[in-house]
Design a protein around this ligand. Structure first.
Ligand SMILES: C[S@@+](CC[C@H](N)C(=O)[O-])C[C@H]1O[C@@H](n2cnc3c(N)ncnc32)[C@H](O)[C@@H]1O
Length: 302
């Protein structure tokens, strides 16, 4: 198992994602002899997991069952232990596209936080790219190093425990793209520019507040970045459901010859038309709210 390569069978040492039900997943480190408690009973790793195929339905000790899934960055985002606020897949998808990430890209990121975005970046830039990620909180930096090893993506990433606003990314002239998710991104714009390749690249900054966006846009413009754009991704999932529509009865057809002489028209005894059964969509009553603004910019060739 690795977050960047699929394997069929669950093996000792893997990190597997246990799907317990709708919106309920948990990550499990698989070890010979270990057990995991769930609300459906115990999962015994040696007999229930190791050697089974990813995707298998596993029956727990109380008779309930779960599915055991191969890890992906998307599943990790919903299963990971939160140390910070994290980026979710809706924003991550936009970031990946707008930063033009691809296999081989070199990316700088700060802060690393809980590593939600980092895992998605790593999957995209593998097998030849590299992520330089900077986190100034020591325990968070150590925890994410441990997780990158467990997920077998550590060869693609360098974690630096330093303040990006003071010390930068620790690399110069190598990055195709830079991503910032820190409280004062405008203080890191100069370091971001220095980390980027001479022939230019893309930058994204994620901020929850518009005041942060204003200062970041100003700093980007002052430093010669171009195509500065801010957007917000709001996901509206429509409910697809069957509806039955009663067709309206408009009375006798006015275009028929009877319409010229209404007194000659037969009484409209026609039965109501049969109701129409169709599938349609309705808007959600509630929508996930604001997460943050994504500001994108291009560093031109220098
Ligand atoms: C909101 S979290 C990032 C979450 C991350 N994008 C994810 O998806 O998991 C912000 C992180 O930035 C770190 N941070 C804040 N200011 C920093 C700085 N100047 N240098 C390095 N890290 C910083 C914080 O310690 C925190 O862990």
């Amino acid at each position: 198992m690795s977050f960047i390569e699929y394997s069929d069978l669950i093996q000792d040492g893997d990190v597997a994602i246990v799907h317990l039900g709708h919106n309920s997943v948990t990550a499990v480190k698989v070890h010979h002899g270990a057990q995991t408690q769930t609300r459906f009973g115990v999962i015994r790793h040696s007999t229930d997991l190791i050697g089974q195929r990813y995707g298998s339905k596993v029956t727990c000790s109380k008779g309930g069952w779960v599915h055991v899934l191969h890890p992906t960055p998307e599943l990790w985002t919903v299963a990971l232990p939160h140390r910070t606020q994290i980026l979710y897949t809706t924003d991550i998808a936009m970031v990946t596209m707008m930063l033009e990430l691809k296999p081989g890209s070199v990316v700088c990121e700060s802060g690393t936080g809980s590593g939600s975005l980092s895992h998605a970046i790593l999957r995209t830039i593998a097998p030849t790219g590299h992520l330089h990620t900077v986190e100034f909180h020591q325990q968070r930096a150590e925890k994410v190093v441990e997780e990158f090893k467990e997920h077998r993506v550590d060869h693609l990433v360098t974690v630096r425990n330093q303040d990006v606003c003071k010390d930068g990314f620790g690399v110069t002239g190598v990055a195709d793209a830079v991503f910032l998710d820190i409280p004062s991104p405008w203080e890191a714009v100069g370091h971001a520019k220095a980390a980027m390749k001479k022939h230019g690249g893309r930058l994204c900054s994620f901020s929850p507040c518009i005041e942060q966006v204003q200062r970041t846009c100003q700093a980007l413009t002052d430093r010669g970045f171009e195509e500065v754009r801010t957007l917000e991704v709001l996901l509206r999932v429509h409910n697809v459901r069957p509806v039955t529509l009663q067709l309206p009865d408009f009375g006798p057809d006015s275009s028929s010859s009877f319409s010229q002489a209404p007194e000659e028209a037969p009484p409209s005894a026609a039965p109501n038309p049969a109701p129409l059964k169709i599938k349609t969509t309705t808007l959600p009553r509630e929508m996930p709210g604001h997460t943050g603004y994504l500001t994108f910019a291009t560093k031109p060739r220098t």
